[in-house]
Design a protein around this ligand. Structure first.
Ligand code: ADP
Length: 463
């Protein structure tokens, strides 16, 4: 089963946090407990020393008497702290014994401590042990004290309360950070997964043919922003391709239907004997068929160029010479419209496929003449630079609107949407020119102002 991105993220983050919290609490618990045990056993030793030094003062060496009421005080306070003492004089006779004094109290306190330690440290297996200390005064031994205490260490009631509180705090911190990380993980995961899910949805929609869909949301993650942009670009370019394709079908059928129906009407009239098959009428049919053939040829050419990735047959070619030849080929067409044409510049030799480049020049020049009104001007210039050869075809024609400029190289794009059959072809000429120039590794660009004219610049590298 495949898990969702958000669930996957949340789970991964939660597991990492859980491991981190587990490690931290184990480490801190071990460290704190160790330190606390050390403290408890030091405390036990210190308490014993305190009892000993307190007892040292309760013997009067002059009279040889013990101040039993003080000894009693020390003994009782030690008992309440968990230390059961028995004081003996230097002869070994008992001066004061906690167990003799209050057997049941001693038992109760000892039981309490054993019980508490069994509960807190079940693995310690400790028990009450007796240690004997000498009681001294100015270096002379005046007696001994047996101190019975739970070993190797024990926790007082306060100590154990402190430990419980500390463990509770650690647990609460752990739980809180787990909950917090879970919430953060979910938030982060959603933030990341939402655009991905949306992008996937859009891609599916696009694959089902809904090209107008776009991703409108915003994301602050750079990679996701790139994904979103890529999805939008894909949808946009498919949308454009689709509308071009649709336009192609309409264009091709429109372009073909008009001359075809003209030809068929003419032929029908002549077959029916309504019209005389005069030379002019036959010529008109022939011209229409020529237009259809021309269009089909152009479509074929484009198909070929796009299909075979354009294999070029390059040889050193002088662009000025090519420009001259193109000029001669179109001179008479220009002259018919009273267009002044000229070619100038310097010789520039670049590696190029002559036939293909001739095609480029023919397309650009025929456009220049087609879109330049009577008595205009068309100029071809060749420039030579150390790295490249530059062909410039300028006209003083109708120009192109700025919004059309990025589109005129697209297949079947014509600025003249009304499809005036008098001007313009199928909108393929520039597409072919661009494919050829780009296959040479060159570039083709256009600058144009409506009403002023256009300037097409083709740059071919020398390397
Ligand atoms: P077409 O066969 O329609 O000329 P092209 O691909 O050669 O197709 O050109 C595409 C469109 O670009 C043309 O329909 C025209 O509107 C515009 N165009 C091309 N060259 C020129 C030019 N020199 N001056 C003005 N418009 C031009």
């Amino acid at each position: 089963m495949k898990r969702g991105l958000a669930a996957q993220f949340t789970l991964a983050i939660a597991v990492v946090v859980l491991i981190a919290i587990g490690l931290i609490s184990i480490m801190s618990n071990v460290l704190i407990n160790k330190e606390f045990e050390k403290y408890a056993s030091e405390q036990r030793e210190m308490q014993s020393q305190k009892i000993v030094s307190n007892l040292d003062w309760q013997y009067d060496s002059v009279t040889g008497e013990w101040d039993t009421s003080y000894v009693h005080g020390v003994g009782m306070s030690a008992l309440y702290d968990g230390y059961v003492i028995r004081v003996k004089d230097s002869a070994g006779d008992v001066v004061w014994d906690a167990e003799n004094h209050d057997m049941s109290l001693c038992g109760r306190i000892m039981d309490e401590i054993s019980e508490r330690m069994d509960k807190i440290r079940p693995n310690l297996h400790g028990g009450f042990v007796t240690m004997e200390y000498d009681l001294t005064q100015s270096g002379a031994i005046i007696g001994t004290v047996d101190i019975q205490a739970y070993g190797p260490y024990f926790f007082s009631e306060n100590d154990s309360r402190f430990m419980t509180a500390l463990n509770a705090v650690l647990l609460v911190i752990g739980l809180l950070s787990l909950a917090f990380s879970f919430a953060c993980g979910r938030l982060l995961a959603r933030r990341i997964s939402r655009p991905i899910i949306k992008a996937a949805h859009i891609a599916t929609q696009v694959s089902e043919g809904n090209f107008s869909i776009r991703f409108n949301g915003k994301t602050r993650v750079r990679e996701l922003a790139e994904l979103v942009a890529a999805v939008n670009n894909m949808a946009e370019s498919l949308d454009r391709q689709e509308s071009l394709r649709r336009q192609l079908t309409t264009d091709v059928s429109h372009e073909l239907r008009t001359p075809l129906s003209a030809v068929s009407t003419h032929l029908e009239m002549m077959i029916d004997g309504v019209w005389e098959p005069t030379k002019e009428r036959l010529q008109s049919c022939f011209d229409e068929i020529g237009r259809i053939t021309g269009l089909v040829e152009e479509i074929e050419k484009l198909g070929q160029i796009e299909a075979d990735n354009l294999s070029l047959d390059k040889s050193p070619t002088d662009l000025l010479e090519l420009a001259g030849a193109a000029f001669h080929a179109f001179e008479s067409e220009g002259a018919k419209k009273g267009i002044a044409m000229d070619v100038s510049g310097e010789s520039s030799i670049v590696p190029a496929d002559r036939d293909r480049m001739r095609q480029v020049l023919a397309n650009l020049l025929s456009n220049a003449i087609k879109y330049t009104p009577q008595n205009g001007q068309v100029r071809i210039t060749v420039e030579d630079t150390p790295q490249s050869g530059v062909l410039v075809i300028e006209d003083s024609g109708i120009g192109i609107h700025a919004e059309d400029i990025p589109l005129i190289f697209e297949r079947f794009y014509r600025t003249d949407k009304s499809r005036n059959r008098g001007t313009g072809g199928a909108g393929i000429g520039l597409t072919i020119a661009k494919s050829i120039v780009e296959a040479h590794g060159g570039s083709i660009e256009v600058e144009s102002k409506p009403g002023k004219g256009s300037r097409f610049v083709v740059i071919l590298g020398k390397a």
